[in-house]
Design a protein around this ligand. Structure first.
Ligand code: MLC
Ligand code: AMP
Length: 517
C-alpha cells in the first residue's frame, strides 16, 4: 500500500519558507501569539515522538477533551504523525458522558484540561487507560512538559489510506453515541477536493473561530488552511466583534449559521468591514433565507452554503465558480446546499428504496471516498445505516431541483441541531425519565432566533408527584453537556399520541413553535 498518512500530505503543502507565520492566535487578553510553520512542524513532532515512545499498539485511540489552542491542534497533527487515532470530545461533556466514550473507545491515552485531571484521570485509570496527560488553554500541563524531552524531528508513521485517522462520536436515535470511523483516505480526498472546489488561493488567510472537536472546525477549516499552506487567524472562542475586526486581514471565514446571526446583530457590520474577504462559508445547520439575504445586503457577499456530516465529511456545496457538470451554473442559492461535490454520489430515495425524480422529496443517501468506514465496534448499526447497494443513509430528507441544486427539507432522524451542535431527544428523554417524580417526557426542537433551533422538554409527572420545570433544568445541567439541556420544561397532564400509541412530536413542536419568537 502506498504511504497515505494524511499528515504527510498536509506537511507537503507547508510553504518552503517555514519561518513564515502559520497561525496568529488571539489570546484572551486580545494580544496575538504567532506560530510559524516550523513551530507547527516541530511542536507536533515532539508530541508525536512522545506518543511513539509509549509503544502503544497500532491504531490506539488518543482521546482529547481540552480547550481550543494551537497546541491542541498540534496534538491532532501529532496523533496523525504517530499513526494513532484521534478522538476529540466536546469540552462541554460531563463525567457520565466522558465515561461512556472512554469505556466504548478504550483509548490508550487521554488528554484533558488540568482543571479536570482529578475526575478524568480517575475515570480513565478505572477503565484501563494507561496514560493521562493534561493540556491547558494557556499551554500548561504535562503533555507539553513531557513532549519537551523529545526531539523535534519525526518521520510520520506509514499509514494506508484505509487506516483510521479519527473517531468522531455522533449520537444515535436510540440515545447512545456511535463512533464514526474516518480514515486517512476519507479526510485527504475530501480536503483535496474542497481545495479545488472552493478555489483556495495563494494569498488566502482563514479566520478560525469554531471549536476543534467536530468535523467543521477540525477537518474542513484546519485541513483547508494547511493543505493550501495558508495562515490562520485563530480565536479560541467566537466573539463577533473581535472576528469582524479581523476581516480586513483575512479572506475566508467558516461558520455555523448562529455565528452569522450574531455578527448581523452588530450594527457596525457593513460592506467596508467585509471588503477584504473573498469567501464566507456556512454549514452544520440550516441557514435561514433571511440570514442569507441580510448578509448579502449588509456586506455584499453571497454566503456559500454546504452540507456535511460526521460520517461523511463534506457532501454537497453551492458552487464557488461555474460548475460545468451543472450547465456552468455558478449561483450560490440561499436555502439550498448546492450540488454533490465532485466524486460524491448523492441520491434521493423514496421510503420504498426506489430512486425519486428531481422535484420529489425523499431520503438523502450518499456514496463516495469520503464516506466513513463504519461505527466503532457496532457492525449491526453500521449495516443498518447502509443500503444493500452500499449507499449511506444520512437520515436527512431532501429534494433536488431541475437545475441540480439540493435542498434539505427535514430529517427522518429525531435530531435537534442547536447552534450547530446535535442534540438527540432520546438521550435527554432518558435522563429526564430517570428523575424522581417523572412519568414520561418528550423533547422536541423549536425555532430559536440565535441557535436556529433549541430543545424544549414536555414532562408528565407521576400521579401525585410535584415536578417543577426549572428544577429539572437545574438537575440536567449538573449531568449533561450544557448545550443538550432543554431551554425550557413544560409540565403537562399527558402527551399527545396517535392511534398506535406513538407520541406525536409534530403536535408538540407546533404547540411550542413561538415560545422564542
Ligand atoms: C452554548 N449553549 C448552547 C449552545 N452553545 N445551547 C444550545 N446550543 C448551542 N449550540 C448554551 C451555553 O452553555 C449557555 O448555557 C447558553 O447556551 C448561552 O451560551 P452562549 O454564551 O451564548 O454560547 P457560546 O459559548 O457563545 O456558544 C455559542 C456558539 C457555540 C454558537 C459559539 O455553540 C458554537 O461554537 N457552535 C458551533 C458548533 C459547531 O462547530 N458545529 C459543527 C458540527 S460539525 P447557560 O445555561 O450557561 O446559560 C457538523 C458537520 C458539518 O455538523 O456539516 O459541519
Ligand atoms: P453531525 O452529525 O454533527 O455531523 O451533523 C450532521 C447533520 O447536520 C446533517 O445530517 C444535517 O442534518 C445537518 N447539516 C449539516 N450541514 C447542513 C446544512 N448546510 N443545512 C442543513 N443541515 C445541515
Amino acid at each position: 500500500m502506498p504511504q497515505a498518512n494524511l499528515f504527510s500530505a498536509l506537511r507537503a503543502a507547508f510553504p518552503t519558507d517555514l519561518k513564515k507565520i502559520a497561525v496568529e492566535a488571539i489570546e484572551p487578553d486580545g494580544q496575538s501569539l504567532y506560530y510559524s510553520w516550523a513551530d507547527l512542524d516541530h511542536g507536533s513532532a515532539r508530541i508525536a515522538n512522545l506518543l511513539v515512545s509509549l509503544n502503544l499498539p497500532e491504531g490506539s485511540r488518543i482521546a482529547v477533551q481540552v480547550e481550543k489552542s494551537v497546541e491542541a491542534m498540534m496534538l491532532y497533527l501529532a496523533t496523525l504523525r504517530a499513526g494513532h487515532v484521534f478522538l476529540p470530545l466536546n469540552t462541554a461533556y460531563q463525567a457520565a458522558e466522558v465515561e461512556y466514550f472512554i469505556t466504548n473507545a478504550e483509548p490508550a491515552v487521554v488528554v484533558c484540561d488540568p482543571g479536570s485531571f482529578g475526575w478524568v484521570s480517575k475515570l480513565a485509570f478505572n477503565n484501563g487507560v494507561g496514560h493521562v496527560y493534561t493540556l491547558g488553554a494557556d499551554r500548561t500541563g504535562t503533555l507539553l512538559e513531557r513532549a519537551a524531552h523529545h526531539g523535534d524531528e519525526q518521520q510520520p508513521v506509514p499509514r494506508a489510506s484505509d487506516d483510521l485517522a479519527a473517531i468522531l462520536y455522533t449520537s444515535g436515535t436510540t440515545g447512545r453515541s456511535k463512533g464514526a470511523m474516518l480514515t486517512h483516505g476519507n479526510l485527504l480526498t475530501n480536503a483535496a477536493m474542497l481545495k479545488v472546489y472552493w478555489g483556495w488561493q495563494e494569498d488566502d488567510v482563514l479566520i478560525h473561530a469554531l471549536p476543534i472537536f467536530h468535523v467543521h472546525g477540525l477537518f474542513v477549516a484546519i485541513h483547508g488552511a494547511l493543505l493550501n499552506g495558508s495562515p490562520m487567524i485563530w480565536f479560541a472562542k467566537f466573539d463577533p466583534q473581535a472576528v469582524m475586526a479581523r476581516f480586513k486581514d483575512a479572506t475566508v471565514f467558516m461558520g455555523v449559521p448562529t455565528l452569522y446571526v450574531r455578527m448581523l446583530a452588530d450594527a457596525r457590520l457593513d460592506r467596508d468591514t467585509a471588503a477584504h474577504m473573498r469567501l464566507f462559508i456556512s454549514g452544520s445547520a440550516p441557514m435561514l433565507i433571511e440570514t442569507f439575504r441580510a448578509w448579502k445586503t449588509r456586506t455584499g457577499h453571497t454566503i456559500l452554503e454546504r452540507y456535511g456530516m460526521s460520517e461523511t465529511i463534506m457532501l454537497t456545496s453551492n458552487p464557488y465558480a461555474p460548475d460545468p457538470r451543472y450547465g456552468n451554473e455558478d449561483e450560490r442559492r440561499g436555502g439550498t446546499v448546492g450540488f454533490p461535490l465532485p466524486g460524491v454520489g448523492v441520491r434521493i430515495q423514496g421510503d420504498d428504496g426506489k430512486a425519486l425524480p428531481a422535484g420529489e422529496i425523499g431520503n438523502i443517501e450518499v456514496q463516495g471516498p469520503n464516506v466513513f468506514k463504519g461505527y466503532w465496534r457496532m457492525p449491526e448499526k453500521t449495516a443498518e445505516e447502509f443500503t444493500a447497494d452500499g449507499w449511506f443513509k444520512t437520515g436527512d430528507v431532501g429534494i433536488q431541483d431541475d437545475r441540480g441544486y439540493f435542498t434539505i427539507v427535514g430529517r427522518s432522524k429525531d435530531l435537534i441541531i442547536s447552534g450547530g451542535y446535535n442534540v438527540y431527544p432520546a438521550e435527554i428523554e432518558g435522563f429526564i425519565n430517570d428523575l424522581a417524580g417523572v412519568d414520561e417526557s418528550a423533547v422536541v426542537g423549536v425555532p430559536h432566533p440565535d441557535f436556529g433551533e433549541v430543545g424544549v422538554a414536555v414532562i408528565v409527572p407521576r400521579k401525585g408527584a410535584q415536578v417543577e420545570g426549572q428544577k429539572i433544568i437545574d438537575t440536567l445541567k449538573a449531568q449533561l453537556a450544557n448545550f443538550k439541556v432543554p431551554k425550557r420544561c413544560y409540565v403537562v397532564d399527558s402527551l399527545p399520541r396517535n392511534t398506535m400509541g406513538k407520541v406525536q412530536k409534530k403536535l408538540l413542536r407546533d404547540r411550542y413553535q413561538k415560545e422564542f419568537a
